[in-house]
Design a protein around this ligand. Sequence first.
Ligand code: NAD
Length: 271
Amino acid sequence: MTGDAHFFSGKRALVTGGASGIGRAVVTQLLRRGVHVTSFDVREQDDGPSPWFEPLRVDLADAAATDAACLTLDPHPVDFVCNAAGVSPLQQTTETVVAVDFLAVRRICQRLLPQMPAGGAVVNISSVAALHDLALSVEDGLLDADDHVALAHARANVPEAGLGYVVAKRAVVALTVRLAAEYASRHVRVNCTSPHFVATPMHDAIKRSDPAMYRDMPAPMGRWSSADEQADAVLFLMGPHSRYITGQNLVVDGGWQAVTATAVRTGAPPS
Ligand SMILES: NC(=O)c1ccc[n+]([C@@H]2O[C@H](COP(=O)([O-])OP(=O)(O)OC[C@H]3O[C@@H](n4cnc5c(N)ncnc54)[C@H](O)[C@@H]3O)[C@@H](O)[C@H]2O)c1
């Protein structure tokens, strides 16, 4: 039992991407606290169903399938949502990246937030890729657009999937802020986290594809984070100790942003 187990015990959560990496670590931490967890993932999930865990096979790039999966959560509204599913830009189109990393997050928030009880919390996973406006605010055109218009907008403005990832993750931050403003008076909080490299299968694939980028990237604490350390931040943002925090983007990067900003200020290369 952890110290906040009384707060979590018996509540309900939806986690996307629960088959791997950060999502899986969030599922594990929630189950440890006595939360009933449903997980949407396109992949088979190792842990089979149990009275506490319901893994559902859902392709979040498919809007109708995502809607149908959200309906299965009725009649029990969820207290917590963690949108962790995501695809890296490697071997993906801009459309797939935007569909999974942003449009599915928006869809799930739109479907579930109206039913969430006071005290509920959403945590979306963005990325440090969202911290700089590398794609000239293309995300502004995604926020309110219907899915097909948003996809066409992304395809036309950021045909390269790497920038599509930046745009999708910036849209997640903007959506988080907007929803936090909308739901604060109902005492439902909406925050996001922005990890730097995390030791997960996604990260391993990036490492294999671009070893030079990986080698040159400063890791101020001498290592990248574990999925569990990212889950710690998610659980904090769901839990009682963040009860007055909403609309925030918690950067969980082991000092990468601090070191990079200091290097820009002083002109010395980051180490
Ligand atoms: N790993 C990193 O270095 C890193 C850094 C910054 C941000 N992130 C973000 O963290 C989140 C989790 O990434 P991770 O590193 O745990 O990756 P991961 O690949 O280990 O896990 C991602 C999960 O999402 C699922 N998924 C992918 N496409 C899906 C789809 N269409 N429908 C349903 N599920 C789908 C995968 O099956 C997988 O289980 C992602 O949003 C990612 O962008 C990761």
